[in-house]
Design a protein around this ligand. Structure first.
Ligand code: 13P
Length: 282
């Protein structure tokens, strides 16, 4: 069944686990994530970036996820990840997304507050939840690159949460999007400081590569209630595809190839659901 961030995240933060938010862009990735979540009875978030929408189509993604979610008993959020185009965010909420993220992190604080608050009002009017972002997360994501981290300031985070009325807050705490060399450092002390200042569920971006499991667990205990995973699914899928084609160079059945990718993404998703503590919470 479809759900919102508001349905899932306050409970996750209160009980010390995080809900996995996985980037999908086609049938196989959506099925892989959902199959893993059903198998482990975990609440789950399927999210799409603007680039994924450009690839697959807004209405097609809504139809796909709505149809898959209607047949399972676990709560499933259809979330718009890193939305920067306000008219596309509005269209997505009207089309059936149950959750939006407005990424105004590169705007000056006042403008980020003003635009996020305006979208929060709009979203809440439709029963849709909203995530805001404060602080810049480094790395490359769907063609958009930020060179430097700009760590979230706890006092600003508190003001941002109060002024915007978002349901969840993405914070920058030293991680980076994409396949980075292992230079990133998850600043757990900063997560803790923000967690003390803000009672909202906090969101961690860029956690796919190079973060030790124990460090992720500490950040969940400090207030992280949603963790985004994109790069790990991409790597699992493409590694499986390369392996399959090497092993079966004569295969001409795309279902075998895509099926191998789907299996790999399902296994990766399951590993994260266990790690985040959300397994058996639905
Ligand atoms: P990764 O690139 O580390 O998977 O992060 C994804 C993300 O944060 C999407 O918003």
């Amino acid at each position: 069944m479809l759900a919102t961030l508001h349905d899932l995240l306050p409970r996750a933060r209160k009980n010390g686990y995080a809900v996995g938010a996985f980037n999908i862009s086609n049938l196989e990735s959506a099925q892989a994530v959902l199959d893993a979540a059903v198998e482990l009875r975990a609440p789950v978030i399927l999210q799409t970036s603007q680039q994924a929408i450009a690839y697959a189509g807004l209405f097609e993604l809504v139809a796909l996820v709505t149809s898959l979610a209607s047949r399972v008993r676990i709560p499933v959020v259809l979330h718009f990840d890193h939305g920067r185009d306000i008219s596309l965010l509005r269209a997505a909420a009207k089309a059936g997304y149950t959750s939006l993220m407005f990424d105004g992190s590169r705007l000056p604080f006042r403008e980020n507050v003003q635009k996020t608050r305006m979208l929060a009002k709009f979203a809440h009017g439709l029963g849709v939840s909203i995530e805001g972002e404060l602080g810049v997360i480094a790395g490359q994501e769907d063609g958009i690159r930020a060179r430097e981290h700009l760590l979230t300031d706890p006092d600003e985070a508190q003001r941002f949460a109060e002024l915007t009325r978002v349901d969840a807050l993405a914070i920058s705490v030293g991680l980076a999007h994409g396949r980075q060399v292992l230079r990133e450092h998850l600043n757990v002390a900063r997560v803790r400081d923000i967690g003390r200042a803000v009672s909202l569920p906090l969101v961690l971006h860029g956690a796919s590569e190079g973060v030790a499991d124990a460090v992720l667990k500490k950040s969940i205990a400090a207030g992280i209630a949603k963790i985004n995973i994109d790069t790990s699914l991409r790597i699992s899928c493409n590694t499986a595809a390369r392996r399959f084609l090497k092993k079966h160079p004569k295969s001409y059945n795309p279902r075998e190839l895509f099926g191998a990718c789907r299996d790999a993404m399902r296994i990766t998703t399951g590993r994260y659901l266990r790690l985040f503590g959300s397994a058996y919470q639905a």
